[in-house]
Design a protein around this ligand. Structure first.
Ligand code: NCD
Length: 305
């Protein structure tokens, strides 16, 4: 039995295979519509979510399966003090696979140690978010045609942004990747990721505070929300929340084929006037998220079509 807790749980070959499967699902959805008949996914969400939970549920429904779960820890027995270990033991009796989001780093890992079914990490605190990374990779591969030889700007909250952490972990395995880390000093990428991931893989990167300076050279601009829920005091959040706003003026400085990605939800960091720009692909990204989650469910359940 396999789990997906970190993007590194999949080898580069397995990721390529999964993305190929996701592309086939995109082209031939009918071929897959009954492949999970009789199967259930449990979505265990201890933290707010719109896209991730709904896309897991849509993915399973598109495969002909069913969905159970909760969208709020307060409506589950967690509010009575039940541990993640106990919850997963009983969910293993109800469902065939589960996706878990939790505010505590490592909670899906703990769940996997007590689980009788595959556990997918749907975001654990400020740590990892591997299925968003698969989504981001499918978006880049589909629209750019490659996952190598790219200059990628990561902009915003690089300290708490788990989607950024997972994306870096995954893309350092490709050749010709260069990162431009764009953040205010307070929200810089944690040192452990710089040391254990970027430096350890000899991946070139630079750290800058100005988006204007960086935008001209980018092939991909990955915008992120300042993660309000991870701040220890509100004053810091208020001071930093609007540190970057991507608008038409900034887009005019970018390459004609630069893509703008964002895991969403967006707050103020991308002005709505950018939405009509053909380079803004964050809503397409949402659709790719359904295909990769369909491919992932089939892969972890060992269902071949
Ligand atoms: C992200 C998350 O939950 O980490 N959202 C998502 O899953 N698409 C990004 C965010 O909340 O800012």
């Amino acid at each position: 039995m396999r789990h997906l807790l970190s993007p590194l749980d999949l080898t580069v070959e397995e990721i390529e295979k999964l993305l190929d499967l996701a592309s086939d699902i995109e082209k031939n959805p009918d071929k897959y519509k009954d492949t999970c008949r009789g199967k259930k996914i449990a979505t265990l969400f201890y933290e707010p979510s719109t896209r991730t939970r709904l896309s897991f549920e849509t993915a399973m429904l598109n495969l002909g399966g069913n969905v159970i779960g909760f969208a709020d820890a307060n409506s589950s027995s967690a509010s009575k003090g039940e541990s993640v270990a106990d919850t997963i033991r009983l969910v293993s009796c109800y469902a065939d696979i589960c996706a878990m989001r939790h505010p505590k780093e490592g909670a899906p890992l703990v769940a996997s140690l007590h689980s009788g079914i595959p556990v997918i990490n749907a975001g654990d605190g400020g740590h990892q978010h591997p299925t968003q990374t698969l989504t981001d990779m499918m978006t880049i591969r589909s629209l750019k045609g490659r996952l190598n030889n790219l200059t990628i700007g990561l902009c915003g909250d690089l300290k708490f942004g788990r989607t950024v952490h997972s994306l870096i972990n995954s893309l350092v395995r490709y050749t010709g990747i260069r990162f431009v880390l764009i953040s205010p000093p307070e929200l810089r990428l944690p040192d452990y990721i710089k040391e254990e991931v970027l430096l350890a893989n000899n991946t070139p990167f630079s750290e800058v505070a100005s988006l204007d300076e960086a935008i001209r050279e980018l092939d991909i601009l990955y915008m992120t929300r300042v993660q309000k829920e991870r701040f220890f005091n509100e004053e810091d959040y208020i001071r930093l929340k609007d540190c970057y706003v991507l608008d038409k003026e900034k887009m005019a400085m970018a390459k004609d084929d630069m893509l703008v990605l964002h895991p969403l939800p967006r707050v103020n960091e991308i002005s709505v006037e950018v939405d009509d720009d053909p380079r803004a692909v964050y809503f397409k990204q949402v659709q790719y998220g359904v295909y990769v989650r369909m491919a992932l469910i089939l892969t972890l359940l060992n269902i071949t079509v």
